[in-house]
Design a protein around this ligand. Structure first.
Ligand code: NDP
Ligand code: 2IT
Length: 449
């Protein structure tokens, strides 16, 4: 059953649906935030007066462009590029670029909308934005990826700048793609403007820990939730979906904290290893060879590969969805709770459907929504910008300490807000309300712009 929206908020939501037809993921993300905001309008009538909710749901700027490129056979290919500059009340637009065939405006807008509140929670001076393309990097040669990235940047560069809009990676975009885009930006502008992109390689302006940050940060967040319940990762059986950047470093940190990850996945299937996932092997397969997770089973006879399997059917105590949106539905959530799962930390953005979220909240398990739990990635991007601005490069240890501190603070902020608003431990409300209030206050202060 859906939570009823506050009577002042319901018409705002209806207007969002009307103005953005067919963008179902965007509607879903907006609704989830608006469900938390009724009591905020009571405490802060000025937000209603200034129409902050209506303004926050409308991006400041949306850019859609053609990306033509030539494949290795010399054939012309056309993709569509996007950058949605959602909100710059707290700082330059900041958020990743996603290259995946499912990308369309509704996906970029849901991600950009979530990014506003996530970035606010980090406490760093960054606004919210997101971009990407329906380009599918799978099966493309190195040269094709480079040509695509260069063509993408030929249009995007004019909208970027270290004080304007600072993209980074997301699904299908890692340091290789950031490198090609940075190289093209540098060439077009004739400026070595390190702070215009984050997630750069360590040799050319990147930050230590950025690669690890989202996965590590999500595990830190779950660790904080567990501590509130007098528990820890020690000895816990865990599931981490996906086998990309976020998943790999979530697994690494869980293992460092004494937990055991028994399964991970990709869009083709699930790998189950009862002895615990062999992470060096996953890194070799995914980061070096860029192959599929099914090849894991060729190296370990004890491991089982299930094509099109459902990872959430495997019993666990901690689940970390780290692949994509809506990967845990209501039935999956029920199964997880029934099998003894007591904590969920979202490495991915919006990986749980509204029905799934309801199941977790009703069961009273520790549920860390993406906006709070996976904010370590963008927070470390902000640390990268800080290093670039001061022409400095910090050690791994120092940067990781900063990340751990930021995640602790986000957890504390969210928890305190849930107490203040009478729903202790409901981190959905905590993240939505705490993030919203920060942005809303800045928007009021900056006037009607
Ligand atoms: P990667 O491209 O490195 O890895 C994505 C992983 O998820 C792959 O294993 C991929 O499998 C799987 N996946 C992607 N799309 C789908 C799909 N439609 N169905 C099933 N599986 C899918 O991306 P990241 O690890 O960077 O991103 C994962 C999630 O984390 C995303 O939701 C992203 O928005 C979020 N996130 C990322 C941050 C970052 O810093 N990178 C920061 C915060 C959140 P396959 O190879 O088969 O496609
Ligand atoms: O969803 C996210 O927070 C990201 N993909 C990272 C964004 C960033 O700017 O580092």
């Amino acid at each position: 059953m859906k939570v009823k929206l506050d009577e002042k908020i319901e018409p705002i939501f209806q207007e969002v649906i009307k103005r953005n037809p067919g963008e179902i993921e965007f509607h879903q993300a907006v609704r989830e935030v608006l469900e938390s905001l009724g009591p905020v309008l009571v405490k802060h009538p000025e937000f209603g007066h200034h129409k902050i909710i209506e303004r926050i749901c409308e991006p400041e700027r949306q850019i859609i462009f053609r990306v033509p490129w030539q494949d290795d056979k010399g054939e012309v290919q056309i993709n569509r590029g996007f950058r949605v500059e959602f909100n710059s009340a707290l700082g330059p637009f900041k958020g990743g670029l996603r290259f995946h065939p499912t990308v369309y405006l509704g996906i970029i807008k849901f991600l950009g909308f979530e990014q506003i509140f996530k970035n606010a929670l980090t406490g760093m001076p960054i606004g919210g934005g997101k971009g990407g393309s329906d380009f599918d990097p799978k099966g493309k040669s190195e040269e094709e990826v480079m040509r695509f990235c260069q063509s993408f940047m030929i249009e995007l560069y004019r909208h970027l700048g270290e004080y304007t809009d600072v993209p980074a990676g997301d699904i299908g975009v890692g340091s290789r793609e950031i490198g090609y885009m940075f190289g093209q930006y540098k060439r077009i502008t004739n400026r070595y403007e390190s702070g215009v992109l984050t997630g750069k390689g360590l040799d050319w302006g990147g930050s230590t820990v950025r690669t690890e940050a989202t996965g590590y940060g999500t595990v830190y967040f779950v660790d904080e939730m567990l501590k509130m319940r007098g528990e820890s990762f020690e000895g816990k059986v865990c599931l981490v979906s996906g086998a990309g950047n976020v998943a790999i470093y979530a697994i690494e940190k869980i293992h460092q904290l004494g937990g055991k990850v028994v399964a991970c996945s990709d869009s083709n299937g699930v790998i189950y290893d009862p002895k615990g996932i062999d992470l060096p092997l996953v890194k070799q397969l995914k980061e070096v060879e860029r192959r599929r997770i099914k090849h894991y089973a060729e190296h370990h006879k004890r491991a089982k590969y299930v094509p099109n399997g459902n990872i959430w059917e495997i019993p666990c105590q901690v689940a970390m969805p780290s692949a994509t949106e809506n990967e845990i539905n209501g039935t999956d959530a029920e199964k997880l709770v029934k099998n003894g799962c007591t904590a969920v930390g979202e490495g991915a953005n919006m990986p749980t459907t509204p029905e799934g979220i309801r199941v977790f909240l009703d069961a009273g398990i520790a549920y860390g929504p993406g906006k709070a739990a996976n904010a370590g990635g963008v927070a470390t991007s902000a640390l990268e910008m800080q290093q670039n601005a001061s022409r400095d490069a910090w050690s791994f240890e120092y940067t990781e300490r900063r990340l751990a501190e930021i995640m602790k603070n986000i957890h504390k902020l969210c928890y305190e807000v849930t107490e203040e608003y009478g729903t202790p431990g409901n981190y959905v409300n905590g993240a939505n309300i705490a993030g919203f209030i920060k942005v809303a206050k800045a928007m009021v202060a900056l006037g009607l712009v």
